[in-house]
Design a protein around this ligand. Structure first.
Ligand code: CDP
Length: 805
C-alpha cells in the first residue's frame, strides 16, 4: 500500500532520481583516501617491471647486453624483442589497423621507446637493472616535421612496411604515408569556391598535447599456471576490449582472462589503448610464474603513452559578401608519430573529424586527411573529446572568426546568419552526419544576453581607441565558440574497434527487500557513474538511488560493453540502463496487475509504484513488488526481478554549446588575464546538474591548459622538451579562471531519456573560445591567425611581430 503520510513531492525527492543534484557517492571513499587504485593492489610474491627506453629518436640497435643487469641484486629477468618473438608478441596490433613494436625490434623510432623490460623484486632493483642493461645504438637521420614527411629524400621510418603500397585505410603514396581519407563532394565544393564572392584560407594547427591524468597508466598481471588463467588489474577505460584483445593476441581462451579495472584516477583517452607495458607484464608473469606490476612514471606517461591532436588543418571557406557560407574545404596533415595507434573506431582513420562543418549550414564541403609517420611517440587519442571532434571544432570556430574579420562582420552575427535552423533537424550535414536535435539560435542569444555581448564590444572599441592613443598597454579580446559535438559511438553498423561492435550494456538485479545492484560495460574514471547511473534507475523504477549499487570494471561480472571514452557513456550505456530498467518495470507491472487483480493496462505508473487508474488507494510500491517477485510471483511466472540490456544506438547524439571568453592581454609582457568565461551547454535531458557542472569545470580547465600553454614539443633533433610538469602546463587552482555555467535543454529524440553526453563538450568548445579571444585581441593590429598555445612568451612575440612592442 502507498504511504499516504508523505506527499508526492516527498516521495519523488526520496528517490534522488534524474534532475536531482545528488552528491557523489564515490567521493565518500575518495575524500577519505580509501579509493582502491591499481597501485593499492598488492599480490603475494609480486614483482615489478620497468623499461629501458631509448635516448635516441631514430637509431638502429646494434646490440643489447643484459648480462650485467641480470647480476643486479633483485633482478630476475630482462625481456627484449628477441624473447617476445618466441611467443609471437614482439609486435602488437594497434587500434588503427597498424602494428607497433612492443619492444624495439632492430631499431627505435621515437625517443623513450621501450627497448627492454627489466623484472625485479622491487621497483628500485628494476631501476638499477635498467641502468645496467647495455644497448649499442647507431643514430639515424631524424624526421620531426610532418610537412617534410613525404619529401622524396625523407628517411625511411617503417622498414617493416617496405614496399607496401596499401595500408589499413587504402593506398600509401610514400614510405612515410599512412593513409589518405577523403569525404564530401570535391567537384561541387570546387565549384562553390570558383563562384565565391569572398574566400578565406588559413593553416590552423592544433598542436600535440597529452591527456596526462593524475594516475599514470599501470597494470598488474598474474598468471596462474595451474588453472591457465590470467588476471589483469589495470587502468582500463575499456576493460572488455582489453580482455578480447588479449585473448586474440595471446591466444588465451577469453573465459580464462579476468580483467579488473579498479578505481581510476582520470583517463581522458590516455587509458583506452593497449601499451607495451601491459604485454610485457603479462609475458613476465607467465615466464616467472609470479604477479608482475608495471607502473609508468610521469615522464614515461608524457613521452611514450598516447599523445593527442597534432593536426595541421589548411582551411578554406567560400561565402557571399553578405556572409552566407557556400563551401568549406579542409586539408589535414595528421602527424601520427612512429606507429598509427590512434584510438578511433576502425573505419574512421581521422575519427569523426568530418563534423568539421560544425553548427553551420554549409551546402557543400570537402575534406582530405593525410596521415604521416614521424619520429615521435604514437597515440592520437581522443583527449577528453570524441575522436578528433576537438580538432574539428577548433578548425571551424577559428575559421569562422577569420571569415568574420575579412567580411568586417561581427563574429556573433556571422554565426547567427549561418546556423542550422531549429526546423532543419534532423539535419544532414554536407560531410555525412545526421544531427539529431539542436536549437542554436536560442543558445547563442541567451549567451549574448547574459554576458551583455553588445556592451562588451563597446568596451573593447573604447579600449582599442585608448590603446591607439597610447593611454593603455592592455588589449581586450572576446572569444566566441559555438560548437556542435558528436558523441555516443556508436551505431554498430559504422562503429567498431578491431571488429568489436560499439554497443553498451546494463544488467539490473533487484533483491527481495527492494535494493539492488546494477552493472555496466562502462568504466568511470572520475565522471561519477556510481552516482548518476543509480539516478536513471531511480526515476525509471522508483527505487531510491541510495538503494542501488553501481558496479563497473570487472569483466567477469559486468555485461560486455565497449567502455568509457568520447562521452559515449550517457548516450550508449545511459540508454542501456533505461532500457534494462524498463524491462524490470514491465515484469513488475505484471506482478502488480496480478496482486491488484486488474488488467495490466488498467495500471498507471506513479513515482515509485503502480496505481489502478481512477482508484488512487489501490497502489503497489516497487519495494513490495520486489518481495513478491521472489516470494510469491504470479502462477507460471519465474521468480526474481532482473534484466539485461545491450543497447546499439540508432544514431549518435549531438550536444552543443555557446561559450564566451573575455580576456585582457598586456602587450609588454604577454601576460593574459581571463576576466570572464561563460559556458552554456546543451546536453539534452540533464541527469545530475551538479555532476554536469563539475564535468564542465574540469573540461574547461583542460581546455584552458591546452589553449594557453600545454604542449608536447620536440626539438629539431627529436628530443621531447616538455617531458615533465616543469615544462608541460598543468594548471593548478592558482592559474585556473572562474567558470560561469549555464544551460538550455534540447533532448535527443532517439535516446530513451533524451540525454546527450557532456563530459567532452567543455574541452571541445573551450579551446576555440580561448584561442579566439587571443586572436580577437590582436586582430585590430593586423593579424588574422596566431597559432596555439598562447602562452605569455608567444603573446609577447605576437605583439612584437605586429609592431605593438
Ligand atoms: O562517457 P563519459 O562518462 O566520460 O561522459 P558523459 O556520458 O558525458 O557523462 C559524464 C557524467 O555526466 C556522467 O556521470 C553522466 O551521468 C553525467 N551526465 C548527466 O548528468 N547528464 C547528461 N545529460 C550527460 C551526462
Amino acid at each position: 500500500m502507498n504511504d499516504m503520510t508523505i506527499t508526492r513531492a516527498e516521495r519523488e525527492a526520496k528517490l534522488e532520481g534524474m534532475g536531482c543534484k545528488r552528491k557523489r557517492v564515490e567521493d565518500i571513499r575518495f575524500t577519505q583516501g580509501k579509493g582502491n587504485y591499481v597501485d593499492d593492489v598488492k599480490l603475494p610474491g609480486m614483482l615489478h617491471g620497468d623499461f629501458v627506453r631509448s635516448p635516441h629518436p631514430h637509431a638502429r640497435i646494434k646490440s643489447i647486453d643484459k648480462e650485467k643487469a641480470l647480476k643486479v641484486p633483485g633482478v630476475l629477468a630482462v625481456l627484449t624483442a628477441e624473447d617476445l618473438k618466441g611467443v609471437n608478441l614482439a609486435w602488437m596490433p594497434t587500434l588503427a589497423g597498424d602494428v607497433q613494436m612492443v619492444l624495439a625490434d632492430g631499431k627505435v623510432l621515437f625517443q623513450n621507446q621501450e627497448v627492454a623490460f627489466v623484472v625485479a623484486t622491487d621497483r628500485y632493483a628494476a631501476d638499477d637493472g635498467i641502468n645496467a642493461v647495455e644497448v649499442e645504438y647507431e643514430a639515424l637521420p631524424v624526421l620531426v616535421d610532418p610537412f617534410h614527411a613525404m619529401d622524396p629524400d625523407a628517411p625511411v621510418l617503417r622498414e617493416d612496411l617496405a614496399g607496401k603500397t596499401e595500408g589499413a585505410h587504402g593506398p600509401r603514396r610514400h614510405h612515410n604515408h599512412i593513409f589518405e581519407w577523403t569525404v564530401g563532394d570535391r567537384d561541387l565544393t570546387d565549384a562553390a569556391f570558383r563562384k565565391a564572392e569572398v574566400t578565406i584560407k588559413e593553416m590552423i594547427s592544433y598542436h600535440r598535447t597529452h591527456p596526462s591524468p593524475l594516475e599514470t597508466c599501470q597494470c598488474l598481471c598474474s598468471f596462474d599456471k595451474v588453472k591457465g588463467e590470467l588476471t589483469i588489474y589495470g587502468t582500463f577505460q575499456a576493460p572488455h576490449v582489453i580482455r578480447t584483445v588479449v585473448a586474440l593476441i595471446a591466444k588465451i581462451p577469453e573465459h580464462k582472462i579476468h580483467v579488473i579495472a579498479p578505481d581510476i584516477g582520470g583517463g581522458f583517452g590516455n587509458k583506452v589503448g593497449a601499451y607495451p607495458g601491459y604485454i610485457c607484464a603479462a609475458v613476465a608473469s607467465i615466464v616467472t610464474g609470479r604477479p608482475v606490476k608495471w607502473v609508468e612514471d610521469r615522464i614515461e606517461n608524457l613521452c611514450a603513452t598516447s599523445f593527442a591532436r597534432d593536426y595541421h588543418m589548411t582551411t578554406e571557406i567560400a561565402a557571399t559578401k553578405e556572409g552566407k557560407v557556400t563551401g568549406l574545404r579542409v586539408h589535414v596533415l595528421a602527424d601520427h608519430g612512429a606507429f598509427d595507434a590512434c584510438a578511433d573506431p576502425s573505419k574512421w582513420p581521422a575519427g569523426f573529424f568530418n563534423i568539421v562543418t560544425g553548427s553551420y549550414d554549409f551546402p557543400t564541403a570537402h575534406l582530405a586527411v593525410d596521415g604521416v609517420y614521424t619520429n615521435k611517440a604514437p597515440g592520437g587519442v581522443a583527449y577528453r573529446c570524441s575522436f578528433r571532434v576537438t580538432e574539428a571544432a577548433y578548425c571551424i570556430e577559428r575559421a569562422m572568426d577569420i571569415l568574420a574579420q575579412k567580411l568586417g562582420m561581427d563574429p556573433a552575427e556571422l554565426r547567427l546568419k549561418n546556423f542550422i535552423r531549429q526546423e532543419q533537424f534532423p539535419y544532414h550535414s554536407a560531410l555525412g552526419w545526421e544531427y539529431d536535435s539542436g536549437d542554436y539560435h536560442t543558445a547563442m542569444k541567451k549567451m549574448m544576453e547574459v554576458v551583455d555581448y553588445a556592451g562588451l564590444r563597446r568596451e573593447q572599441a573604447e579600449k582599442r581607441a585608448a590603446f591607439q592613443r597610447g593611454e593603455t598597454r592592455e588589449i581586450m579580446g572576446l572569444g566566441i565558440s559555438f560548437f556542435t559535438e558528436i558523441v555516443g559511438a556508436g551505431p554498430s553498423k559504422n562503429c567498431d574497434i578491431l571488429g568489436i561492435a560499439m554497443f553498451d550494456s546494463c544488467e539490473i538485479r533487484l533483491h527481495p527487500t527492494g535494493a539492488g545492484i546494477a552493472r555496466m560495460g562502462t568504466k568511470s574514471q572520475g565522471q561519477g557513474h556510481e552516482t548518476t547511473w543509480a539516478q536513471i534507475i531511480a526515476t525509471e523504477i522508483g527505487i531510491p538511488a541510495d538503494d542501488i549499487m553501481v558496479e563497473e570494471g570487472n569483466t567477469d561480472t559486468a555485461p560486455y560493453g565497449l567502455g568509457t571514452y568520447g562521452s559515449r557513456s550517457t548516450p550508449v550505456a545511459g540508454a542501456a540502463i533505461a532500457m534494462a530498467a524498463r524491462k524490470v518495470k514491465a515484469k513488475a507491472q505484471m506482478i502488480a496487475a496480478y496482486r491488484l487483480e486488474v488488467h495490466e493496462d488498467d495500471l498507471e505508473w506513479d513515482i515509485d509504484g503502480f496505481r489502478v487508474k481512477g482508484l488512487p488507494e489501490k497502489f503497489l510500491g516497487m519495494k513490495d513488488i520486489c518481495w513478491i517477485a521472489y516470494n510469491a510471483p504470479p502462477p507460471g511466472m519465474e521468480p526474481g526481478l532482473e534484466a539485461v540490456s545491450y543497447y546499439d544506438p540508432p544514431n549518435m547524439t549531438y550536444p552543443f554549446g555557446a561559450y564566451l571568453c573575455v580576456m585582457d592581454i598586456d602587450v609588454d609582457t604577454g601576460v593574459y588575464k581571463v576576466r570572464r568565461f561563460y559556458a552554456l551547454d546543451d546536453c539534452g535531458t540533464r541527469i545530475n546538474p551538479m555532476i554536469i557542472e563539475g564535468q564542465v569545470h574540469g573540461g574547461l580547465t583542460e581546455a584552458f591548459a591546452i589553449a594557453m600553454g600545454q604542449e608536447i614539443r620536440y626539438d629539431e633533433n627529436g628530443n621531447v622538451v616538455t617531458g615533465s610538469f616543469m615544462d608541460f602546463f598543468l594548471p593548478t587552482a592558482v592559474e585556473t579562471p572562474h567558470w560561469e555555467t549555464d544551460f538550455t535543454v534540447t533532448p535527443s529524440p532517439h535516446h530513451p531519456i533524451g540525454a546527450k553526453g557532456v563530459g567532452e563538450s567543455p574541452n571541445v568548445g573551450g579551446v576555440p573560445a580561448f584561442s579566439n579571444a587571443v586572436n580577437d585581441a590582436f586582430s585590430f593590429l593586423g593579424s588574422t591567425h596566431i597559432q596555439m598555445p598562447h602562452d605569455f612568451w608567444r603573446n609577447w612575440q605576437a605583439a612584437k611581430t605586429l609592431g605593438a612592442v
